[in-house]
Ligand binder design. Structure first.
Ligand code: NAD
Length: 264
């Protein structure tokens, strides 16, 4: 590393296992000297997250379910006590009942619509609200989104609608927090095989399609998303806010199947 994150402290939410995008981001930040806090969602994830946290010398850990405001408050209170401030915040959380990540969007239930919006959209705003208060010297907040926010993708359904709202909230948050030197951005990642992605119908087909049709003719890795996150979270990205940055081998730029793509 080059010490790009030396002296910076930050919180990462959404680490489930070593396939998580949050893990790619955590490794990239730790390699540049960042001090990290991690949250995990309940005891089931704790066992897998502890050894990963140890690997990076993580100093602050907490159980947090973002549907519970008290549990969000507890995390930020813990960090205020331990660190007195915060330099960056990463939100790598999304959820929808997987029975609605197939079939038609129009059939979405009100219960799952509200839950998906609460966990995948509102939680980012709720955490930025609390992070802002700790970012006394400015800071950088980052969330993860997908092209399904901008265009219709098979099976993405309610998550596409949620990601559209998440991207809009990035712009509103960037305006609100910009005066205090706090930046807010999103990375729109190409498809990666993770626990969350495995809930999406025909995910292997989506991976192959991206491999054959993206300008770089390959999918992306969690480490590559981590490198881009490093740019947005470090001072290298200090003039960038309200941005949705695509890290997807260029797939977002393409309008049609590649002429050399095999039949699928
Ligand atoms: P992942 O399963 O590793 O991470 C999802 C995380 O969300 C898990 O750690 C889970 O514990 C957490 N989570 C879900 N509900 C929660 C709750 N109520 N409270 C707290 N945490 C909760 O999968 P991932 O693919 O690394 O997902 C991270 C982010 O990246 C998500 O926002 C996802 O939509 C986004 N994304 C993923 C892809 C992809 O193809 N994998 C592409 C673009 C964007």
């Amino acid at each position: 590393g080059h010490g790009l994150m030396k002296g910076k402290r930050g919180l990462i939410m959404g680490l489930a296992n070593d396939k998580s995008i949050a893990w790619g981001i955590a490794k990239a930040l730790a390699a540049e000297g960042a001090e990290l806090a991690l949250t995990y969602q309940g005891d089931a994830f704790r066992k897998r997250v502890v050894p990963l946290a140890d690997e990076l010398g993580v100093t602050q850990m907490a159980d947090c379910d973002v549907t519970d405001p008290a549990s969000i408050d507890a995390v930020f209170n813990q960090l205020e006590e331990a660190w007195g401030g915060l330099d960056f915040y990463v939100h790598a959380i999304g959820f929808s009942d997987k029975s609605e990540l197939r079939g038609r969007y129009v059939d979405t239930s009100p219960e799952n619509f509200r839950m998906s919006m609460d966990i995948s959209v509102y939680s980012f705003t709720a955490c930025c609200q609390r992070a802002e208060k700790l970012m006394k010297n400015g800071g950088s907040c980052l969330t993860l989104t997908y092209l399904g926010a901008e265009r219709v993708m098979p099976h993405y359904n309610v998550m596409g609608v949620a990601k559209a709202a998440l991207e809009a909230s990035v712009r509103y948050l960037a305006e609100d927090l910009g005066k205090d030197g706090v930046r807010v951005n999103a990375i729109s990642a190409g498809p990666i095989k993770t626990l969350a992605a495995s809930g999406i119908g025909d995910f292997r087909y989506i991976l192959k399609w991206n491999e054959y049709n993206s300008p770089l003719r390959r999918t992306v890795t969690i480490d590559e998303v981590g490198q881009s996150a490093l740019y947005l979270l470090s001072d290298m990205g200090r003039a960038v806010t309200g941005e949705v940055h695509h890290v997807d081998s260029g797939y977002h730029a393409v309008g049609m199947k590649a002429v050399d793509a095999p039949d699928m």
